[in-house]
Design a protein around this ligand. Structure first.
Ligand SMILES: NC(=O)c1ccc[n+]([C@@H]2O[C@H](COP(=O)([O-])OP(=O)(O)OC[C@H]3O[C@@H](n4cnc5c(N)ncnc54)[C@H](OP(=O)(O)O)[C@@H]3O)[C@@H](O)[C@H]2O)c1
Length: 286
């Protein structure tokens, strides 16, 4: 019966690192792998590529910035399987360096997809996670604290809030909104934020992962684990194919974190480099 099987879900999987994560999970995950994408045509074409490789996955549409799409997917999972076991939040977006959109627009769009989209999906899907579920949030080296590098003393104050063990999701969302508002009026550097909208959005994803693990620790369901990672500088559309790593190499850390065995003491809520090495997100300055 399909509903007795373990289920893995990968977002933004029609291309790039997400596609490679699906490919690896098809070979290594003991259960059904869902390739999801915001565009159905691109997603189904990717599913066919998986089939051509002699593997198999299921497909479902999923746009992490569209609440109706998120709700439809959550309802689908609930109705068909009651729950699921593995989530890789891979979907992401970055403006190109040459983009001409004003910084306020870039900040809104980037934070909306990378931070608020990931958050919205987690809010809808986390209630469906089964005991021993594993979540990997694909952050970035750009999501390291050192990129909160605007004017002092505000940058230090923001970092202090971000690393606090009592930071809540609402407080973090307020910080992300504050970045977007200040980018809009051009005061973000003065208020302590860095100049990169992508970095700030991924700093949000990193801080969110730590909050989520604290929530999992207090959850009555057994052994829920979330970690976050930098997949490396990878040869994809996002990097304009300048990254030296292959998508398969970029999938290594996300797949490692998605397949962490049951009942581990660690890692939990921790940042990992593309070689799976653990990095202390709070104390690492460079
Ligand atoms: N490449 C790197 O060097 C690098 C480095 C560090 C971190 N990362 C992170 O790794 C992840 C994958 O990046 P990549 O390099 O593989 O990028 P990519 O080739 O541009 O792929 C990004 C994927 O995310 C999807 N996506 C964008 N917005 C979405 C939305 N609202 N809902 C659902 N899916 C959405 C895209 O779909 P469409 O095809 O429809 O646009 C695409 O499938 C991202 O989170 C990225 O930030 C990448």
């Amino acid at each position: 019966m399909a509903n007795n099987k373990r289920i893995a879900v990968v977002t933004g999987a029609n291309k790039g690192i997400g596609f490679a994560i699906v490919k690896e999970l098809c070979a290594k995950f003991d259960g059904i792998v869902y390739l999801t994408s915001r565009d159905e045509g691109r997603g189904k074409a990717a599913q066919q590529e998986i089939v051509k490789l002699g593997l198999s996955c299921y497909y479902h549409q999923l746009d992490i910035t569209d609440q109706a799409s998120i709700d439809q997917f959550a309802t689908y999972i609930k109705n068909n399987y009651e729950g699921f076991d593995c989530l890789v939040n891979n979907a992401g977006f970055a403006y190109k360096a040459a983009a001409t959109e004003p910084i306020g627009v870039q900040a809104k769009d980037t934070v909306e997809i990378n931070y608020f989209g990931t958050l919205a999906l987690c809010k809808a899907l986390f209630p469906l996670l089964r005991p021993h579920a594993r979540v990997c949030n694909v952050s970035s080296m750009a999501g390291m604290l050192k990129y909160v590098n605007g004017d002092e003393p505000h940058a230090t104050e923001i970092k202090k809030k971000l690393v606090s063990d009592t930071l809540t999701e609402d407080e973090l969302s307020n910080l992300m909104n504050q970045f977007v508002e200040t980018a809009n009026d051009g005061t973000h550097k003065q208020k302590g934020w860095g100049s990169s909208t992508y970095c700030t959005s991924k700093i949000g994803v990193s801080a969110l992962s730590r909050i989520q693990q604290r929530e999992f620790d207090a959850d009555p369901r057994e052994d829920l684990v979330v970690n976050f990672c930098h997949p490396g500088y990878v040869d994809t559309d996002m990097s304009s194919h300048k990254g030296p790593l292959t998508v398969e190499e970029g999938a290594v850390a996300p797949v490692y974190l998605a397949l962490l065995p049951p009942n581990i003491a660690s890692p939990k809520g921790e940042f990992h480099w593309f070689d799976c090495k653990l990095i202390d997100w709070v104390t690492t300055a460079n």
